[in-house]
Design a protein around this ligand. Sequence first.
Ligand code: SF4
Length: 680
Amino acid sequence: MMRTTCPYCGVGCQVEPEVREGRVVRVLAPDLPPNHGALCVKGRFGLDFPFSGKRLLYPMVRERKGAPLRRATWEEALDFAAGKLLEVLRRKGPGGIAVFPSAKTTNEEVYLAQKLARALLSTHNVDHCSRLCHSSSTAALSRSLGGASMTNPIEDVWKTDLFLVVGSNTTETHPVIAAMIKKRVRQGARMIVVDPRYTGMAEAATLWLRVRPGTDVFLLNAMARYLLEEGLWDRAYVEARTEGFAEWRASLEGYTLEAAQEVTGVPKEGIAEAARLYATTERAGAYWAMGVTQHTKGTATAQALVNLALLTGKVGKEGAGLNPLRGQNNVQGAGDMGALPDVYPGYLRVAEEGPRRRFEALWGVPLPEAPGLRMTEVFAAIPEVEAIYLIGEDPVTSEPYQDHVKEKLLALPFLVVQDILENETTPFADVVLPAASFLEKEGTFTNTDRRVQRVRKLLDPPGEARPDWWITQELGKRLAQALGRPWPTYPGPETIWEEVRRAIPEMVGGISYARLEAQGVRWPCPEEGHPGEAVLFREGFNTPTGKARFFPAPYTPPAETPSPDYPLTLSTGRVLFHWHGGTLSRNSQLNQAYPELKVEVNPIDAKRLGLEDGEPVYVVSRRGRIRARAWVTERTPEGVVYAPFHFAEAPANRLTLDALDPVSRIPEYKVSAVRLEKAD
Ligand code: SF4
């Protein structure tokens, strides 16, 4: 048995899959951080997807639009892909190409993919799926604190006396952390949950605030205003460690408790109590997820949480802090490795001269100055963007307004899809490159609390599949030869990691593969022997002045509100048994436990429609219609329908709209107007 890292969520549980005769027969968990022997159902029973019949086993090429994909050799496929990318580069320039590394792949693979984009194709059009999940948190945390990650480690749960959980269905999306939090609550800690749905967290809460979808920012601003009025804020902390306070304070003018009650639907007494509890508990930690971020005001909502934590002096302390729960197994690492259009690895800004000079010296090439396009902007820019190199993503399932995404992909002149399994986007590809799964390669993932952990090879990849780093390296070799640019040959992931250590020593300089043998190490870890920083910003912030900055966080209504034709609000999300677009979990035995889409409908709405529990129903928005089974339940409030988005045959994202947050460009997945129709 060999220890590796769970490929599902950002908790990064350590797993020991037992492989017999080329199959995972059981999964154990060692007594090591972050999970100390615990696993959820996905880690325990969902690791068999590498054996799915949908594995991509050999490269494929579509020689011209309209022709079928045909089997090709690696040489043919890579030559073809490189030739087409070079053609677009010559005709359209670097702006005509985008590269999307995957938050499911290793740090080494992400690093190499963004290096290919920047050092060979001269473009910063690099992005990844955090655009669709925590880009709002990244925007708010970066500008306020100068860092975009959890400020506190997972084990700080045991030191926390009050949890403020906003828009996070932690029980289903980060189950091992949820179990820890609930245990801590049973030990006497208190928990405030802000969520429209009666989730597992709401069930365990000391105080549940059933906020209307998309109004959290109003509630958080009202909490801050109330604390200022009552004098329940940390004046010494604000004066010593922050700036921008007066301007932000002035922006809270209209956020009274009465107005908040009106807008959010939460009684003003509850809002005041939540504010008092949070402010007066020394060790109070804020945790949040997509309920905060996936709105046209996602950045403002994350910002309102940051402001509240600064006002009450909660950042830079044990058992407290600001803790965005990251989704994918390596979404933290993908950002750390520079899979973003405005930063190099280590979050060094592409627009600044110092970082540019650093990477020019390391890679031996001149680099562009202007930031690139974000993922959602790239899709909007098709066919001006003519070529996409897509790694481990299924935008047909994960982007909003699916029919529009399909139109865009049909209009895209050239698409390379690199993945382990067939998905809804594969049919749009011009080149398909089969990749190895997490069980079939070496490398590292970085979990939600910045812990870099090893991924170890247990099996050979099936057919002709190859690790992503090998594929990107081979593609890069062809581009480099044609462009006359340097591109080293890396014998394996460890050599790539050594380059990462040299690139950003202040972040991971002290983290070697040898050191990771014992257990994961958290960044920042600048040198060997450094233990890795657990709590960030104890002394100063990573801003030019060393102080954190308040920013106004204005409330704006959702882009689409209910109307007589579409009287209900649709909110999308996840369920315990499945993961994101479903490419992995629905190709595992987990699918037997949860095989079809169920939409949550409140009993009052169901009664109005004459809808029984378990009946088939159509969910209809201005953009399309899907068929589902109704789950009549009080988990969801009256007027709100909840649909998980894991089901390709009934895609919730056929219904969602593509309105974007103006700062992070995240789509508003959490609020669309829909109606229900009985399906016979
Ligand atoms: Fe895997 Fe996350 Fe479950 Fe842990 S909590 S076993 S990392 S899915």
